[in-house]
Design a protein around this ligand. Structure first.
Ligand code: C2O
Ligand code: CU
Length: 476
């Protein structure tokens, strides 16, 4: 079925992929670990959700909760997670950031058949690396409903010491508000109108912040921005004691919003980017594109402190509250001064020595131009809309360099499945799976092709991906 030069393990035939499942996959799974099997049940269903402050919507979520209940395993464990689909549409579960066996990656049409309404599917794979990850569907615009949950992989030899852990999931929300759905929004965007809503967003004073990094960070003005499923009017809280060392695991699960995050009264020490350790770097604020994660350590002060996530360029923000003592609840639109202090973006970080990608000359360079425009809404790579049969070939064992050349006026957080790249062409860049490519910029990433299969590369803006900014890397 394949080209004459394809080795037998390649099943990358156009149209109908059969994921590799021979002895070499069993062997690779053994290398990932031999820990216990963790059995988890995840039900995707349409339920009412309380966003706080009297706002209730009916939407799609995992287990009727927003975010879905955290999935927690230890590196080396086998996760056996049964996804029960109670939705009216086919769906899937994708394990964002995990270098897992290809046939469990959750991409319908590429690695599996979508899970039909009423059906269930058990994902079973060994989890190789500790870190902060998350799960979401890989079907259409479903991700911009409430279908997301944090996936935390503990390190059996955790080198950090801390007292408490605070998982902070950021999101932009429109589903079920005044009949809004992500599909309707995509239809309007394709018809050439930006999604603008008045009145409901929490207003922030206009500042230079919206253009801090240049260009447009998103297309859609959402009525709500959430931290851990709550609006700024009735924010979620986290309680600790003064002096506690708290590890924040921050996840941007938004569909179309980059967030700038700061914790009032605190400096943050960045310890991990996209789950992988970095050389500790202290900062006032951080920017997360859609799909990115950062872990930071803070030493808690005494009082009540706002954790503000500013929606870049949208004059709105999300809020959560850290409580260690007494004090007034912060106003919904509070703007801690740390938001305008030192800012960390991924290119300012260095990989921890333990995970630095060894320096090596690339065997292959793939250059992808990010193309498209707001008026035509034709986001793509190299001007070609997504087709699952068009693949960029790589070979096992290669060092692959990928260059993302942003020719557009928008931000694109680009995500690679199944691998963790090193950011930047100079050795020692942070290990990541998602990288913001700013307008006019070229971002270079290097990775080792060590996980055979078919792997998506796409913009993590859900509307850009659906419009066509997706492609596939195929091992041959
Ligand atoms: Cu988080 Cu292909 O996605
Ligand atoms: Cu994009």
């Amino acid at each position: 079925a394949c080209g004459a030069d394809s080795p037998p393990r390649s099943n990358a035939k156009p149209g109908g992929y059969v994921a590799p499942d021979g002895p070499e996959v069993a062997e690779a799974e053994r290398e990932r670990g031999s820990g216990p099997v963790r059995t988890v049940q995840l039900t995707a269903a349409r339920t009412p959700l309380d966003l706080g402050g009297g706002t209730t919507v009916t939407s799609w979520s995992y287990g009727g909760e927003l975010p879905g209940e955290e999935v927690r395993v230890t590196a080396g464990d086998t996760l056996a997670l049964t996804l029960a689909n109670h939705l009216p549409e086919a769906t899937s579960a994708h394990w964002h950031g995990i270098a897992l066996r290809n046939n469990m990656d959750g991409v319908p049409g590429v690695t599996q058949k979508a899970v039909a309404p009423g059906a269930d599917f058990t994902y079973r794979f060994t989890v190789p690396d500790p870190g902060t990850y998350w799960v979401h569907p890989h079907v259409g615009t479903q991700r911009d409903r409430g279908l997301y949950a944090p996936l935390i992989v503990d390190d059996p030899k955790e080198p950090l010491s801390y007292d408490k852990e605070w998982v902070v999931v950021l999101d932009d929300w429109l589903d079920g508000v005044d009949g809004s759905t992500p599909d309707k929004v995509l239809g309007r965007l394709r018809g050439g109108t930006r999604h603008r809503r008045g009145g409901m967003a929490s207003r922030m004073p206009m500042g230079a912040e919206s253009k801090l990094l240049g260009g447009d960070a998103g297309d859609v003005a959402y009525p709500y921005y959430l931290v851990n499923g709550r609006t700024a009017k009735d924010p979620s809280g986290f309680t600790a004691r003064p002096g506690d060392r708290i590890r924040l695991r921050i996840v941007n699960a938004g569909g179309d919003t980059a967030f700038r995050v700061a914790l009032g009264g605190h400096r943050m020490t960045v310890t991990h980017a996209d789950g992988f350790p970095v050389r500790h770097t202290t900062t006032d604020s951080l920017v997360l594109g859609m799909g990115e994660r950062y872990d930071v350590l803070v030493t808690a002060g005494d009082g009540v402190f706002p954790l503000t996530a500013l929606a870049e360029g949208k004059r709105a923000s999300a809020l959560a509250v850290l409580r260690t003592g007494s004090g007034a609840v912060p106003a919904a639109d509070v703007r801690p001064e740390e938001l305008d202090g030192r800012l960390v973006t991924a290119d300012r970080l260095r990989a921890a020595d333990s995970v630095a990608l060894p320096s090596r000359t690339p065997d292959r360079t793939i250059r992808l131009r990010l193309t498209g425009g707001m008026a035509t809404y034709d986001w793509a790579f190299d001007g070609k809309p997504y087709s699952p049969d068009q693949r960029h070939p790589v070979r096992e064992g290669e060092r692959v360099r990928t260059e993302f050349v942003n020719t557009t006026s928008m931000w694109h957080p680009i995500h690679l499945h199944g691998h963790t790249f090193a950011l930047g062409a100079t050795p020692g860049g942070p290990r990541k799976d998602t990288a913001i490519v700013l307008p006019g910029q070229t971002v270079t990433v290097d990775f080792d092709a060590d996980n055979p299969g078919l792997w998506m590369v796409h913009c993590h803006n859900v509307y850009h991906a659906e419009a066509g900014m997706m492609t596939v890397l195929g091992y041959r």
